[in-house]
Design a protein around this ligand. Sequence first.
Ligand code: NAP
Length: 249
Amino acid sequence: MTITAFITGANKGIGYETARQLTAHGVTVLLGARNPELGQAAAAKLRAEGADAHFIRIDVADEQSIAAAAAQIEADFGRLDILVNNAAISGGLDGDGKPSSGTLATLRHVYETNVFGLVAVTNALLPLLRRAEAARIVNVSSEVGSLAGRTDPNSPMSQMVSAIPYTSSKTAVNMVTVLYALELKDTPIKVNAANPGYTATDLNANSGFRTAEQGAEPSVHLATLPADGPTGTFWGHIWGQEEYGRIEW
Ligand code: NAP
């Protein structure tokens, strides 16, 4: 049986690596990208490595584009086994980057992609995920949005002063993850949030200390969970540790 995964924002960075690593599990990967040239090129690169990879045009901040992507996946594949909500933007920095310097325009812009887009994509694809034997939904989050980390004086997260948009968008993604997991708890569908760790990608001008290959590992792990795996968890790289594990919300 063919297992099919749709990864948003898969033309580069952690999303591309997630797609690449999933192909090693024999998964057919649908690379979601808003730029057709970049999406086609990424899919062609994976096909050149022998993968079954296809480009799907999607701008997660555009509901029409989401509906078109869902219709294309339904027409071409009939169902979906894995959804990795990976696409996100940082929103850059307003002023000195402190909460009090932020603009509502940036906050709205970041939420359109990171939160509203993720919910819209999930709702559009849930009918196809329900048709799969045991679907997996992975929401790519970040430890920077962990309320537990931010409020624990012993956590490095509590030492950082961060702008509101990106950070709080990931806190929202965490709650969205929990709510879907609760709604779907009596189904075979598992919904978890991944923490890639601080990864060198365009999102942070390549300042991260982990590689995109490493950053993709938590998403791939959660996308391929066995039947007795968890749902409603936040899992991945733990700052300062070698091992992956659960992260406090
Ligand atoms: P990246 O290299 O900037 O990749 C982001 C991807 O999302 C790109 O493919 C981008 O497409 C796409 N995207 C952005 N807005 C989109 C939209 N409206 N519609 C469709 N695609 C869109 O960043 P990354 O580091 O790989 O980020 C991947 C995920 O990991 C994100 O959820 C991020 O928050 C999370 N994360 C990253 C880190 C880190 O340290 N890098 C840490 C924790 C969590 P374009 O090429 O068209 O812009």
